[in-house]
Design a protein around this ligand. Structure first.
Ligand code: GLV
Ligand code: MN
Ligand code: MN
Length: 418
């Protein structure tokens, strides 16, 4: 890497932008909630688009709302490189998940521009639609469609809690009116994709290391379970007659924990993160329950064995409790391997910048999981306080963010020069 990528990051401007974006939320500060296509999400998109235009980037938006902000190349015939992340946020989230990769990615590009660097290849900043699964139950909606991991006709059938379809939401949100098949990109369309993100785990902070370089992303799966029993009066329906959907669900949530811990591997994790019941009245037996279950492992066979154990437990519990069930696998993705050459490039940028770095796996999923289907990919992690994420007290310091952006800028500069 040559000296010219030792760019100056405008940390003050970046912090102001992170703060301004955090203000755009469905709930008051410090909580950040920006569910896909909510009013807050739409305002946040507008805010980011304006920043990209101000930076002189050319904007394109696809039919599902993925946003591409391009710094054009000296040589437009070469495949561009790309960086980016997401700005949607789960309910009760913080201000850094995804945002550091979007606003930090933008600042990396601006810093390279200010340095006088002219890219041989174009550089795209991608703001992915719905990395978070909140509205449709499936994460990385935008990057799944870009990579072909999700078929457009399946995506078109997605419905949210109120049964509003993705197509209806796209129209409401003013996405490009084209069909969803137009979203897909060809393999090799990018030379490389590098995503900057907070670690969402404790290792970097614990070890006092400012930069993580991701070598592998764990394999996530999501199950959706509808349970249907029989409701009735809480006083009048005697216990032997009950077909309580909540109790079946409660046993299933415990069975998930059992299945996950039975692997004996600390890398296997499972969460019943959604559990809703109907009718939700204190004097009424729950007749219906809706559960969403997240299972992950670094090893796909281990994760899949847990999924099978959960399926068996669901069948056994529901039969015994005389509750009907419908279990759907929303996604069961393979892990993604990062590109060794790219990992080495990031490592040499860190060396040049004299920033200690460690190689690591990502236990959270990211759009990078799907970008890996299109081109070589890796991620740059920065520490976050206590490893806390998906909570309002999520925090990375301005210095930690600045270091991550310096590494990203150095990496993009190196890749865009070749
Ligand atoms: C991403 O937000 C994840 O749940 O890993
Ligand atoms: Mn997240
Ligand atoms: Mn994220």
């Amino acid at each position: 890497m040559s000296e010219r990528f030792q760019v100056e990051i405008d940390s003050a401007a970046l912090q102001r932008e992170i703060e301004a974006l955090a203000e755009i939320s469905e709930q008051p500060a410090p909580v950040v909630t920006r569910v896909l296509f909510s009013e807050a999400d739409l305002r946040a998109r507008k805010f980011v688009k304006q920043l990209c235009s101000d930076a002189g980037l050319a904007l394109r938006e696809d039919a599902v709302g993925n946003l591409f902000a391009r710094w054009p190349a000296k040589n437009p015939s070469l495949p561009p490189i790309a960086t980016g992340s997401h700005i949607d946020a789960i309910p009760n989230a913080g201000r850094y998940d995804g945002v550091v990769g979007v606003l930090g990615g933008l600042e990396a590009i601006r810093a390279l521009k200010r340095s006088g660097f002219e890219p041989t290849r174009a550089v795209d900043l991608i703001v992915f639609t719905a990395e978070e699964p909140t509205r449709f139950g499936i994460g990385c909606l935008g990057s799944r469609l870009l990579s072909g991991a999700l078929a457009p006709d399946k995506a078109a059938g997605l419905r949210d809690r109120e049964s509003v379809t993705l197509d209806q939401w796209r129209a409401r949100a003013g996405c490009a009116p084209a069909a969803l098949d137009s979203v897909r990109l060809a393999r090799g369309c990018y030379r490389a994709f590098v995503e900057l993100h907070i670690e969402q785990g404790p290792l970097l902070e614990r070890e006092g290391i400012p930069i993580g370089i991701v070598e592998k992303i764990a394999a996530p799966a999501t199950l959706r379970l509808e349970l249907s029993g029989e409701g009735g009066h809480a006083g009048a329906v005697l216990m032997p007659a009950r077909r309580d959907a909540l109790l079946a669900g409660a046993e299933i949530a415990l069975a998930v924990e059992r299945a996950v811990t039975s692997t004996g591997s600390a890398d296997t994790v499972g969460t019943t993160g959604v559990f809703r019941i109907e009718p939700g009245a204190v004097n009424s037996v729950p007749c219906r329950a809706h559960l969403e279950i997240d299972v992950r492992d670094t090893l796909q066979p281990m994760r899949d064995a847990v999924l099978r154990q959960i399926e068996q437990a669901v069948a056994e519990i529901c039969r015994r409790r005389r509750v009907e069930w419908n279990l759907e696998t929303l996604n069961a993705d393979p892990p993604a391997q990062c590109d060794t050459e790219l990992v080495n490039t990031v490592a040499s940028v860190c060396e040049q910048l004299q920033l200690p770095a460690r190689r690591m796996i990502s236990r959270a999923y990211h759009d990078s999981l799907f970008m890996a289907l299109l081109c070589p990919m890796t991620m740059i992690f920065i520490p976050c306080r206590g490893g806390v994420s998906h909570r309002p007290d999520e925090y990375s310091s301005p210095e930690q963010i600045r270091d991550g952006v310096r590494v990203l800028a150095g990496t993009l500069g190196t890749l865009a020069a070749r």
